[in-house]
Design a protein around this ligand. Sequence first.
Ligand code: FNR
Length: 351
Amino acid sequence: THGVGTSWLAGLESVARDVLPTSVFDYIRQGAGQSLSADEANAAWSRSRFIPRVLRDVSDIELATTVLGAPLASPVAVAPTTLQRLVHPEGELAMARACASAGSLMVVSSNAGTPFREIGATGVQWWLQAYLTRDRSLSEPVVDAAVDAGARAIVLTLDTPTVGTKNGIGPDFWEAVPPGTLRVNFADQRPGITGAEKATDLGPDDIARLGERTGLPIVVKGVLHPADAVRCVEAGAAAVWVSNHGGRQLDRVVSTADAVSGVVEAVGETAEVYVDGGIRSGLDVFAALATGVRCVFVGRLGLWALVAGESSVARMHEELRTELGESMRLAGARTPTEAVSMLVRNGEKGL
Ligand code: FNR
């Protein structure tokens, strides 16, 4: 990389590699199998090409947007991830405070290591990410607790009928996880409850039922096929989140950068579409917005930032905002939506 400087954001992963215990770093960094999909996620965004527009007044650009009515200072929010308290002692609380001060949104994992109420008390706008278990009644109490604690939407993860195998992350890793840092929002802490098998039979009915139970909008996470996006919206989903779980489930799964346009085309008129996977810079955010998504989520980048605590997550938001703003100005996009017309090629789809 002679002669190519590194941004603060781009350096976060190597700082995390130096600071975190090897097993924790590997758990976060790794994808499933050979990590092929995890490793190519960012490169897929870098294949986007733009034709900027000129003779446009970009003196005052607007980054603010909304997701399901929630105001965001910029179209970037934080994806659900586990084990945040292994990354930094303040874990989800540091993440939540930084998201609150940045005017962002945090999606909290149902396996989080901090009580929902404490996360809500930071004042952050937050959504619950839910996994449903084979016996639905075992996962429902967690959802109910989140509703009580102020979650504004439920993100139902659809891509995890079983947890993808990550090499080197086995029973030894999980046994070393300190008690009280995982799944603390299960009122019943018996292992048979917290470790209950995930549902392998999720169907459109689960989307509708979850909506009725919670009275909240349902976001479906982990959709890649346009036809599935249509089925989810027909079943009542308010938003479709294009994700391959950071390449942590099926290895060799398509990159989200390559799949997202098909989903936007299929449901973009009737539902909000979001995307995550491999977002590491403001230019990546711009590339994602150019496909027509309303909001972009960061998983690992937020965890790498969290290594140095709340102020570092706040800086991550700020740097992404600055870089996105620069990309928008240079492209002639005055709002996130105007980024759409600049895209000439997205991944290998060849628009
Ligand atoms: C995740 N992800 C995830 N997703 C989910 O729905 N529930 C969860 O509990 C978790 N846990 C989790 C832990 C860790 C360590 C990682 C890295 C990821 C997936 C996450 O929400 C998101 O889809 C990806 O991380 C996005 O890809 P990037 O941004 O990490 O490249």
